[in-house]
Design a protein around this ligand. Sequence first.
Ligand code: NAP
Length: 253
Amino acid sequence: MSTTEQRVAIVTGGARGIGAATAQRLAEEGRAVAVLDLDEAACKETVEKITKAGGRALAVGADVSDAAQVEAAVARVAEELGPPTILVNNAGVLRDNLLFKMSEGDWDTVLGVHLKGAFLMTRAVQKHMLDAGFGRIVNLSSSSALGNRGQANYSAAKAGMQGLTKTLAIELGKFGVTANAVAPGFIATDMTAATAARVGMGFEDFQKAAASQIPVARVGTPEDVANTIAFLSGDAAGFVSGQVVYVAGGPLD
Ligand code: NAP
């Protein structure tokens, strides 16, 4: 790539939360950003923030768990923004329940969006990375990968993201592609607000309770995660691959 050529990033689940903050952060790094989410209209706000700040961005509607939609979305990004060489697999859903109440649908939905979604997106984007001899894959895992009550499906998916990441790092390293996982702890977004509602707590009280257990004594922000992703997806991180970085305000393992 010439030094004037702009790298193209895809951020899945980019309409809100961590994905929206990441899309904006990568645009600040000079990337052209495809903001991909289930509903294309929901991506408009993130896209407008980027374009108003002078960046290039594209709203793309697709379900990451659907192979045909993924292939079409990646082809559209390549056509309209340029070949994507940075991929952030961030799209996610929760279907929390204790094991005895967890339905097959709850299991399939969560594994489908997080794990199959990351597989399908990566498979579709890797050919562009190989052509460019450069790629950065960042997968969103979670502190829940270590186990969390009521999250058998989510925990399995997020542990799976770590195994997928390490394998991608091994297979794709020789082509100039790195793969890393970012595993956030408690981040204040709609997702954690929904969890507060599910357990019958106000979001403020829920955040205070979480912060009391975190060494840095606060909950995380989407920007905390976006900053870590910006480093791992940058040119300077070429010798960091197959790692899981916990962004949790304290040590986890
Ligand atoms: P969020 O606010 O709920 O945003 C997730 C986004 O993903 C939404 O815009 C959602 O669209 C989209 N999405 C869901 N299913 C999709 C699909 N099949 N195809 C494309 N897009 C889809 O979540 P967040 O808190 O920012 O979390 C982002 C990622 O970080 C997730 O992978 C999550 O598991 C992980 N994470 C979050 C935390 C936390 O504390 N917040 C902690 C650890 C890890 P809709 O709005 O249409 O559903």
